[in-house]
Design a protein around this ligand. Structure first.
Ligand code: DHB
Length: 320
């Protein structure tokens, strides 16, 4: 018998219906955008990465779309903790989780931002250790000692509020192992991977211009899906399915979302495609994911991490 498909999941103690929401950075900086997410089928409202003080961000043009994805060097434009915290009661009225992304410009900035969000009743804290766009500031997630310190300090004050960590794609699995050990040791509640693929360039051969003013930026969209799936799978294995992984990267339809779940994601986030399509994207991707699950006759929970090695040789590749 074909069971009813289902796109909801309880992840780190919170119900998400559906288990699909925005990636921090996409359509979540202004009050209008956050209300749009509230009215949409997004399973949660995740606020733009917040610094201790409001920021204007980098010079424009700083976001550019192509057929296969996007590049950005936004530079952490955000309205600061006060504006976002004041909005939380109105956002909670949509009846879905409201979550923060925290991106201190200095390690010691993270705690006061977390405290402000907790006092305002935030449902979870996503500590962003992987912003690639501040010139002269390396991504914290490659500095394991500082990462450990920040995560330890946040967990010491977060009480029952779940704490996640947003990670970059790591170019060698030794880094995933080191970060997974820190995540286990500090009892972090969930992992979000991946942030955009950093220091990439898109160039227009006609105009001979870079796509954005800063030349280098973070790549998202279809370009990055295999990178994201690799990171989701690595952390799913390293964390033994006990600490949930939230997949992010290259999801344009329900099948892409299913691939993330098969790799080991417990929920997924949408970035580039949300910017391309507006928050209407959630309704479509949820519907398509439901159809994929129904076709297989399985529940969402059953497919998580179920991807397996290919067994059969493809004839054309027989000599390889
Ligand atoms: C920005 C980009 C990111 O990838 C991120 O995680 C945080 C901020 C930005 O440029 O604003």
């Amino acid at each position: 018998m074909v069971r009813l498909s289902n796109t909801s999941n309880n992840v780190f103690g919170i119900d998400f219906a559906p288990a699909i929401w925005n990636a921090s950075g996409a359509w979540c900086m202004t009050p209008e955008e956050l209300h749009d997410l509230g009215k949409s089928k997004s399973g949660a409202i995740l606020i733009k990465s917040t610094t201790k003080e409001p920021r204007e961000g980098n010079l424009k043009p700083r976001y550019f779309e192509t057929k296969l994805g996007s590049i950005n060097s936004m530079g952490l434009p955000n309205l600061g903790p006060k504006v976002y915290c004041d909005l939380i009661p109105a956002l909670r009225a949509y009846g879905k989780p409201v979550m923060a992304s925290i991106s201190g410009m200095k390690p010691e900035d993270n705690l006061p931002i977390c405290t402000a969000y907790m006092d305002a009743g935030i449902d979870s804290l996503e500590i962003n250790l992987s912003c690639p766009n501040i010139v002269g500031k390396p991504q914290v997630a490659f500095d394991f000692e500082t990462s450990r310190k920040i995560l330890t300090e946040v967990k010491a004050i977060s009480g029952k509020t779940p704490v996640g960590v947003k990670l970059p794609p790591y170019p060698d699995p030794i880094f995933n192992t080191q970060m997974a050990d820190i995540i286990k040791e500090t009892k972090i509640d969930y992992v979000v991977c991946i942030n955009s693929v950093p220091h990439t360039c898109i160039i227009d051969a006609d105009s001979e211009e870079f796509a954005i003013k800063n030349k280098f930026g973070g790549l998202g969209g279809e370009y990055v899906k295999p990178v994201a799936l690799g990171q989701v799978r690595r952390f799913y294995e390293l964390l033994e399915g006990k600490i949930p992984v939230i997949g992010c990267g290259g999801i344009t339809n329900g099948r892409d979302a299913l691939e993330h779940f098969l790799a080991g994601a417990s929920a997924v986030q949408i970035g580039t495609q949300l910017m391309k399509e507006t928050p209407l994207v959630f309704e479509r991707i949820e519907r398509e994911l439901a159809q994929e699950l129904q076709r297989k006759g399985v529940s969402l929970r059953e497919v998580i991490g179920r991807a397996k090695p290919r067994e059969n040789q493809i004839e054309k590749m027989r000599n390889y």
